[in-house]
Design a protein around this ligand. Structure first.
Ligand code: SF4
Length: 65
């Protein structure tokens, strides 16, 4: 995953990533402690990309971040 992130031109700042991951860690869609069941992404990866949003169909859980 760090190799993939190294290819990304812009990464989210550490505070944003931590806040997003805290929300994911309380989310019922989190599976195996690292994967979002809504999109199949590793949450650490998705949360590190500033242009990504939480894919929950009931609403973006990261909106408050
Ligand atoms: S639905 Fe959103 S908050 Fe829940 S695990 Fe997926 S990305 Fe995280």
């Amino acid at each position: 995953m760090s190799d993939q992130l190294a290819l990304e031109p812009i990464l989210a700042d550490e505070v944003t990533v931590s806040a997003r991951l805290a929300i994911c860690n309380r989310c019922p869609s989190l599976t195996a402690e690292h994967t979002c069941a809504r999109c199949g992404c590793f949450i650490q990866f998705r949360a590190s990309l500033p242009y990504k949003r939480c894919p929950d169909p009931d609403g973006d859980r990261w909106q408050q971040v």
